[in-house]
Design a binder for this molecule. Sequence first.
Ligand code: ADP
Ligand code: MG
Length: 303
Amino acid sequence: MDEFALIRRYFHHRQGEDVVLGPGDDAALLSPPAGEQLVMTLDTSVAGRHFPEDMPAADIGYRCLAVNLSDLAAMGATPRWFLLSLTLPQADPDWLRDFSAGLFELADQAGISLVGGDVTRGPLNIAIQATGSVLPGRALRRDGARPGQTLAVTGAPGLGGLGLRHWRAGMRDSQSARHFARPRPALEWGAALAGRAGAALDVSDGLLQDLGHILSASGDLGAELVLADLPVNDELAALEAEDRWALQLSGGDDYGLLFTWPAGVAVPEGARAIGRITDGGGVQLHYPDGRVSDAEPGGWRHF
Ligand code: ADP
Ligand code: MG
């Protein structure tokens, strides 16, 4: 199968009305919504580094798009178009069929159109560039936190880290492993928080590290984090406390949103308040037994 036949067969899919010209010409032609700002992101997923080599192709397709959509969600953007750069060791029809099925399952759910890309031969590597749009002034940024604001999360931090652990142990049907293989980008949350939250980002590198990005972008602020308030699923709840805290604070691949909210105002239903922003002094962890300790910058260590 030549490259053009491969693209036609696996990557021509129905497109939104904002696509004037999709795959097949020299470049895509798009109609941005009048008056909105464009939001662009790109994430590369390398086999063995960003996903396990033996992950099913449908999950790989889903996941590679999910991590990009998560960045659009974290900006409060509406997903519109994406480009796909696919580097493949060989053109395996079964793999391509499953990969594109997983990819378009999520693309259709999110209402985003594949409008072009590139295919080359080499070690498996998938780069996706996604574009969304947002009304001026409503984007969720990292620099909008202020002292006194409530700190809140959607989803359960630690789920992705536990999911990777389960995946490696062969427990691939656990709730956490399914979350790891197919993280759900928090697009509804992004839309609900746009124009309302102080600061926001998606938790991809671990709660403490990502919290650090908000604190430094907002001007060297600090935070109090109440460990007992971190949301858990049954699988996280079943772990020893120290093991659970390590995953909750430093595990990655969660893809919920971490955001700040006006002081004294209840966070939206379904999100969870987990602490508050302070005017400096790093991150203080409040343990269930009343102890308070400084978090290591960028991570968490057993004490
Ligand atoms: P060019 O040589 O002009 O860059 P390509 O051969 O790379 O063209 O691509 C031909 C057309 O197919 C372009 O419109 C491109 O966007 C599209 N395309 C290439 N790879 C993909 C892909 N993986 N998914 C969707 N469209 C693709
Ligand atoms: Mg090209």
